[in-house]
Design a protein around this ligand. Sequence first.
Ligand SMILES: NC(=O)C1=CN([C@@H]2O[C@H](COP(=O)(O)OP(=O)(O)OC[C@H]3O[C@@H](n4cnc5c(N)ncnc54)[C@H](O)[C@@H]3O)[C@@H](O)[C@H]2O)[C@@H](O)CC1
Length: 492
Amino acid sequence: MQSVSCESMRDLENAVFAIGHTPEALMLQAGERMSQAILRYYPSHSHATAYLGKGHNAGDALVLAKYLQKAGWSIQLRCPYLEDDLSPLTLKMLESLGAIPLDSSTPPTAGSLLIDGLLGIGANGPLRPPLRELATEMNQARDSLGCRLISLDTPSGVNASTGEIYPAAVKADHTLCVGYPKSGLLKSSCIQHVGALTQIALDALEDHSPKACQSSPELITPHTLRRKRRDFDTHKGQAGRVGIWAGSKGMLGAAVLTATAALKSGAGLITLFSPPEIYSIIAPMLPPEIMVRLSLSPLTMLEQNFDAIVLGPGIGTPDSNLANQLLAVVERSSIPIVLDADMLNLIAREEKLSSLHPKCILTPHPGEMQRLFPSSESREKIALNFCELYPVTLLFKGARTIITEPNKVLYVNSTGTPAMATAGQGDVLSGLIGGLCAQGYTLLDATKLSAWLAGEAAQLALASQTETEETLSASSVIHFLPQAFLAVARQA
Ligand SMILES: NC(=O)C1=CN([C@@H]2O[C@H](COP(=O)(O)OP(=O)(O)OC[C@H]3O[C@@H](n4cnc5c(N)ncnc54)[C@H](O)[C@@H]3O)[C@@H](O)[C@H]2O)[C@@H](O)CC1
């Protein structure tokens, strides 16, 4: 979904008002849909403290609060202004919420969900008192009381068009963007203030596209993703065959996670190739649906009828014979080939970037990217510059994973949580990408969908309370993939 400046968002808003939609109708829908997002991702909470400014961003917060109240939550309204200071529509939403006073002094309690409704796209420059003090209070409660902080439309104190971060800017765990995502918020430099991003669609905007801007990054949202439907008579050979070369002594788990994620992506036949020294140990670790083939050479993968190949998770530093064969597989492969982890280090070390071709998908984390393509530019520039030189699909991992291809914009993933900062998450991702490519997704679609699914699965695992920020593992992400698939809106 295209990102827009606050100014373009205003133009769109005015365009829909001009044809008869009202600010009130939009606010009611935004607030209701925000409440659905909160109940989905934060169902264990039962108390919210809504921080209110004067404008319509506060109005959204009040509508949201009303829906949470209906769901049985208790609500505190933290506001430094008098009722008469509020914009008329915001005041109307306050009155409709019932007899909850505007609290100008009581800080939130532990466990409260903090709702940042201080400022939205009407923000102008750095946070001014008294809102600056309230933003500071929210950040302190997040840090010291463990509160979750949700920003509505934009995190207050961040310039949503440019990404400039002003003093005391709110550090949201999650931002719910109304209508279109604001371009400044997609920048990697803003991640600490924006957190996960969920787009809140407004029906009135459906027929109103923002002015096309070729360089605007696009947010990967469920509405931009597509799940393939199978023909009724599909058989397993048509559902995608994936060949995987992964794992080595001491890194068996990487192979298990990659192969299991490929299986859970829906691919019909998964074969893990395993050298003799680990074969007998790894074979019993795998789900029974995965074939494990004893093999001395990755080149045998090219003789099979695969639809996609994954190379690299957990391979460590291969000896020179194996290294040459792995590099030869990359060069000779004419099917999608996912290159991850030590395979990327090998390509960097052997200076084989020139053998990359359009069937390659690279999934580096920042350290691997630095070895492949040393640069001190921003993450966004590095990704775009890399794809100007090499004809590949690039997924550049990070708290805000970005994806691009030659002559394409940046696609920015919206899902994920810091709980994913654990070993094995990259293995899951490469297995998913390989599995989806094998099922006929384009390289770009497979990569975008995989990044979104993995992050969503992690968020849903936390929401389920079967995992916490401390306990979430790559295996639990795999476990929650079915729910993440179900969350993809469109089925073509
Ligand atoms: N764009 C849309 O289509 C929709 C927007 N809605 C909401 O409306 C919001 C925009 O509402 P408004 O235009 O009322 O603007 P805001 O709610 O962002 O607030 C503007 C107010 O904040 C004050 N202010 C501005 N900058 C400040 C600063 N740096 N420090 C302290 N105070 C400052 C201004 O004096 C003004 O009173 C959106 O962000 C969104 O949340 C929704 O109600 C639904 C539809």
